[in-house]
Design a protein around this ligand. Structure first.
Ligand code: UDX
Length: 445
């Protein structure tokens, strides 16, 4: 099949490369000429594990091309995927890029063949049917469901594992009202024959994507609230508390060997809070959408509110350990919102550093790959960055672990014999390995 992907961000580029890998002819379209050129060279404009090799392979094989010319790309195409950004402006998601893409696709809709217009971007229920469909119809003069197909097909890619997630999907959701469109989409994903397919309405598919993210974020905020209670109890450790919870077969799946598999444990983990391009934005968008519909999304609001508190919880732990932070040298370990990415969008490291600077501390921030984007949003004479963990720890009064980069597992060894307390914002290091350890969700040591 020939597939056009509109928008070459995380979702668009990874989906495009994945679809080429499973045998389709893919054209990635973007308005940004620099991104298009980078893709043509086989160099992803984003940092994503496994993507450079796969992109190069598909570009060299001629299965994936990139262009700014949507009209030319659409000629003879079977499916177009709308994978543009849907930023949240504080009250509603901003659909301007989705609308523009729908209109542009409508203007160039391939004639004489049944072309499916598919929304991959995360959008609130009703967007595909009530916004995208009518815009494509208006621009093309054709009728959705009769002359062209309309579908919502959400993506469940997590940054850092996006390529793996695409190639091993947990589920494929096809939101369409038309049998013909369903069969085109089933053919698109035919190589994933063993994956469960949910065929439903476009609005249900849209809601499913938000709900999946909302539940995972709720687990995180729930864990963080329990962590707060644990830290006030004395001799209680939230990590064991949550392990006790997740080892319930009603919560976690049981493997064929009869053991409880990690399952939900990956999100029942306390920490400095969730960040990234999806959870914070999607939670706020869903809560605002619910409120506008007359609902009372109290749980979603509480999840967001708890998450806002977490950077402060980490800084408070440091204050409890050191007393005043004024003039103290604090190593902040990790800037990316999670390991495996250089993405700092909504990263808790940013408010953590701001709070430390407000407390008049001197901050040395370490990250293996996310220094450059952070230095664009944070600057202060008392803030410096380093790519060397040893340098970050040199002369530090305390180290705050914000991102669970694998290399931080060496901290017990690096801190041996040094009087530098570690404040663990991800419960990543075993307290037993360090004499001076503070961690979110455990009684003070
Ligand atoms: C998420 C979803 O996992 C993915 O399915 C969806 O398509 C997009 O949103 P992503 O934002 O890339 O993906 O990251 P994820 O690994 O899910 O982590 C999100 C945030 O939650 C990170 O900041 C992470 O550090 C945090 N987190 C995760 C916790 O604080 N505690 C946990 O137990 C798990």
């Amino acid at each position: 099949m020939k597939v056009v992907v509109v928008g070459t961000g995380y979702v668009g580029l990874v989906s495009g490369v994945g679809l080429a890998e499973i045998g389709h002819e893919v054209v990635c379209v973007d308005v940004d000429q620099a991104k298009v050129e980078s893709i043509r060279r086989g160099e992803p404009p984003i940092h994503e594990e496994g993507l450079p090799a796969l992109l190069k392979k598909q570009v060299d094989a001629g299965r994936l091309t990139a262009s700014t010319d949507l009209g030319a790309a659409l000629a003879g195409a079977d499916v177009s995927l709308i994978a543009v950004g849907t930023p949240f402006d504080g009250s509603v998601i901003d659909l301007q890029y989705v609308k523009q893409a729908a209109t542009d696709i409508g203007r160039h809709l391939p004639k004489g063949r049944y072309h499916v217009v598919c929304v991959k971007s995360t959008v609130v229920p009703g967007t595909t049917s009530d916004v995208v469909g009518p815009l494509v119809e208006a621009a093309s003069g054709l009728v959705a469901g009769r002359d062209f197909g309309l579908c919502m097909n959400p993506e469940f890619l997590a940054e850092g594992t996006a390529v793996k997630d695409f190639m091993n999907p947990d589920r494929i959701v096809i939101g369409t009202r038309e049998a013909r469109t369903e069969s085109v989409m089933r053919e698109l994903y035919a190589p994933f024959a063993r994956t469960e397919v949910v065929v439903t309405t476009p609005s249900t598919a849209e809601m499913g994507k938000y709900t999946a993210n909302a539940l995972l974020a709720t687990l995180i905020s729930f864990s963080n609230e329990i962590a707060d209670l644990c830290s006030r109890c004395g001799d209680v450790d939230v990590v064991d508390v949550l392990r006790t919870v997740y080892l319930d077969r009603r919560i976690s799946p049981v493997t064929p060997q009869g053991r409880v598999s990690p399952g939900v444990l990956a999100f029942l983990h306390p920490g400095t809070g969730f960040g990234g391009s999806c959870f914070p934005k999607d939670l706020k968008a869903l809560a605002a959408f619910g409120s506008a519909k007359g609902a009372m999304p109290g749980i979603l609001d509480a999840v967001i509110a708890r998450n806002r508190l977490q950077p402060g919880v980490l800084v408070d732990l440091a204050k409890q350990r050191l007393g005043s932070l004024a003039g103290r040298r604090i190593a902040v370990l990790g800037l990316a919102f999670k390991p495996g990415t250089d993405d700092i969008r909504e990263s808790p490291a940013v408010p953590v550093i701001r709070m430390l600077l407000d407390e008049q501390a001197t901050v040395v921030a370490h990250d293996p790959i996310a220094i450059e984007p952070t230095s664009r949003v944070l600057s202060s004479p008392r803030l410096s960055f380093t790519g060397s963990l040893e340098d970050a720890l040199q002369g530090a009064d305390a180290a705050l672990l914000v991102t669970s980069w694998p290399q931080y597992k060496e901290l017990p060894q690096l801190l041996r014999g040094k009087d530098i307390p570690l404040v663990d914002g991800r419960r990543f290091i075993s307290p037993a390995d360090l004499p001076a350890y503070e961690g979110i969700g455990r009684a003070r040591s």
